[in-house]
Design a protein around this ligand. Structure first.
Ligand SMILES: [Zn+2]
Length: 174
């Protein structure tokens, strides 16, 4: 089931509060520094299978698959997604979350959607995104959506996929 508008609003709010509480006001957001600030260490290690990230709530570790060290934008998205689980499920039973690269099973689908939205909202806060789009539009003679995605992706240091999703959910679609 897709998230309801109320759920989305609540996640956006929690992501905003998380940034405010941790004095993260400058772009690009540094998810690894934020993780450390809340007591989580980030470690790169080979994870078997198609799992790309894990949150071990017990040991307070975020594990990122080793190959992502060569893809910082992707790694930043994975760490932010784990911070989403950390913030949104703090009252849940302690468990190690293993992330699959592709779709997740339906049981945990809502939690995955929620953590991913948290990650996008944290890495590309709406007011900053709006400002960035405004600057982009003022500098361009005409708009090309692909080039806007590239611009947002490099400015906020996120994958193009995340940039595209964020632009769409914030209403910037050509
Ligand atoms: Zn997840």
């Amino acid at each position: 089931m897709p998230l309801t508008q109320a759920q989305k609003n609540s996640i956006e709010h929690k992501a905003r509060m998380f940034l405010v509480e941790n004095d993260a006001a400058r772009m690009p957001i540094e998810p690894e520094a934020l993780a450390q600030r809340v007591g989580l260490s980030v470690r790169y290690a080979a994870i078997p299978g198609n799992t790309i990230g894990k949150l071990d709530r017990d040991k307070k570790i975020i594990v990122v698959d080793a190959w992502l060290e060569d893809d910082p934008s992707y790694a930043r998205c994975v760490i932010s997604h784990e911070l989403g689980h950390w913030n949104l499920e703090e009252n849940d039973a302690e468990e190690t979350l293993a992330e699959a690269a592709m779709a997740s099973d339906t049981k945990s689908e809502d939690k995955e959607l929620a953590a991913s939205l948290f990650a996008r909202a944290m890495l590309m806060p709406r007011p900053y995104l709006e400002k960035a789009v405004e600057i982009y539009r003022s500098e361009k003679q005409w708009e090309q959506y692909d080039s806007l995605i590239d611009y947002i992706s490099s400015l906020f240091r996120v994958t193009k996929r995340k940039a595209k999703l964020r632009l769409e959910e914030c209403g910037f679609v050509l």
